[in-house]
Write a protein that binds this ligand. Structure first.
Ligand SMILES: *[C@@H]1O[C@H](CO)[C@@H](O)[C@H](O)[C@H]1NC(C)=O
Ligand SMILES: *[C@@H]1O[C@H](CO)[C@@H](O)[C@H](O)[C@H]1NC(C)=O
Ligand SMILES: *[C@@H]1O[C@H](CO)[C@@H](O)[C@H](O)[C@H]1NC(C)=O
Ligand SMILES: *[C@@H]1O[C@H](CO)[C@@H](O)[C@H](O)[C@H]1NC(C)=O
Length: 382
């Protein structure tokens, strides 16, 4: 959108006044009645398992004591977010069994991309499809509520849609698919503006459905994963053992995402948009694993084979593989809580908790808003 100079000047004045008034008044912590999440495996609470292929034991072993649709041994960051607001864990929209949407819904599925996926995608539910499903969800849940009784107790109230927290964690698969599909890093970077444009379009669509509070994770340090280090053994590494080029691609995406959200904030003065640099929060674990009680930072806890206990061609966590005529269940390491990476791509509950504690303080947010103040456009202590 193009603004004239006067319009731009006017908007920055309004923006300034909003910031000023927010900074000088005493703010109450937010009281979100619901959480709606869009994303991929990092925030999936059962969509992939319900709709595509269910994750098998030992997924979920640490906390849920059974596979619970999370790509982890236990809770993921979205679970900690829900807990911090005293809300129930967010049910997956695609799960038809035992779900309760009274305080939110999760549209994320493992493997989801921002852009429409190519052939044989991990998940067909890319971001625009998640948005369409959500649009349908808003309409249909209200019809169901009107039926009353037990049906009503399973559905969110109409007013929750404007009052809820909207969380996002997506983009990792757009980059991974491109990199594993043999694109050069330059080609990957060249595709980033389109990916970010599509992301931002979806956020605007969701804003137009009434969303006002956004908590948006950027994408993590891909180059530190067992999967990338196994796939590209000769990649140049940084001093922490992470493959440089892939982390740079992630940072490039993050930079563009941050710029795009800054623009969004100027255009939509009644939206509170928090960009969360989860990349840096996660990277700090790989930079100083001992500080957080972690060992073997790049080695998958649950996996099979090679230097990183990971195999890109089979032997994924929870599967059964045949090794020299013997069936082996690809299982967990002894103490998942000592590890950062669960399956070589996703994090253990222990790592998720450390990352959650870091990001919820606001230290990784732009603007520097802690999680419990995410409904406000800006936040200054006292
Ligand atoms: C759904 O969850 C809400 C909030 O936790 C609860 O009050 C309601 O009874 C639940 N509905 C059912 C059918 O369990
Ligand atoms: C990428 O390159 C490798 C080695 O040249 C090849 O085996 C593989 O099929 C290629 N992958 C794709 C998706 O093109
Ligand atoms: C499988 O058998 C081959 C040939 O006997 C042997 O070289 C290899 O080490 C065996 N692999 C494992 C994992 O035991
Ligand atoms: C909000 O979060 C901050 C940072 O995590 C914390 O210091 C503060 O006590 C929280 N405030 C309330 C009212 O929970």
């Amino acid at each position: 959108m193009e603004f004239s100079m006067t319009a731009k000047f006017h908007i920055s004045c309004v923006y300034f006044l909003v910031l000023l008034s927010v900074a000088t008044s005493k703010l109450n912590p937010c009281d979100f009645p619901a959480i709606f999440n869009f994303g991929a495996s990092n925030s999936d609470t059962g969509g992939f398992s319900a709709a595509l292929r269910s994750l098998k034991s030992p997924f979920g072993e640490t906390y849920f004591h059974r596979p619970a649709g999370r790509f982890s041994d236990g809770r993921i960051i979205l679970d900690f977010i829900a807990e911090s607001y005293g809300l129930p864990y967010v049910s997956a929209y695609l799960d038809s069994l035992g779900t309760n949407f009274s305080h939110g819904a999760n549209l994320a599925t493992g493997g989801s991309t921002i852009l429409p996926p190519g052939q044989n995608p991990l998940s067909p539910f890319y971001l625009h499809l998640q948005y369409s499903q959500f649009m349908n969800f808003i309409l249909k849940t209200q019809y169901v509520r009107q039926r009353g009784g037990i049906f009503a107790t399973l559905m969110p109230q109409q007013e929750y849609f404007s009052k809820a927290l909207y969380t996002f964690d997506i983009g990792q698969n757009d980059l991974t698919t491109a990199i594993f599909g043999n694109m050069t890093i330059e080609q990957v970077k060249a595709s980033v503006p389109d990916i970010v444009k599509s992301f931002s379009k979806n956020v605007k669509n969701i804003y137009n459905l009434g969303a006002r509070s956004f908590w948006i994770h950027n994408t993590g340090p891909l180059g530190c994963f067992s999967s990338f280090l196994t796939k590209f053994p000769s990649a140049e590494k940084d001093e922490y053992g992470c493959a440089k080029a892939y982390n740079e691609a992630a940072q490039y995406f993050n930079q563009k995402l941050k710029e795009s959200l800054a623009q969004f904030r100027i255009e939509f003065l009644d939206a509170a948009i928090t960009y969360v640099d989860i990349y840096s929060a996660k990277l700090s674990l790989f930079q100083d694993p001992k500080k957080y009680g972690f060992e073997r930072p790049h080695v998958a806890c649950c996996g099979y084979g090679g230097e990183y206990n990971f195999n890109n061609n089979g032997g994924y966590c929870g599967t059964t593989i045949n090794v020299n005529g013997t069936n082996i269940l690809v299982g967990s390491c002894k103490n998942p809580s000592d590890r950062i990476l669960w399956d070589g791509i996703h994090y253990t509950e222990a790592a998720n908790k450390v990352v959650f504690d870091k990001i919820s303080s606001g230290a990784f947010s732009d603007p520097p808003v802690p999680l419990n103040m995410t409904c406000h456009r800006s936040f200054t202590k006292n």
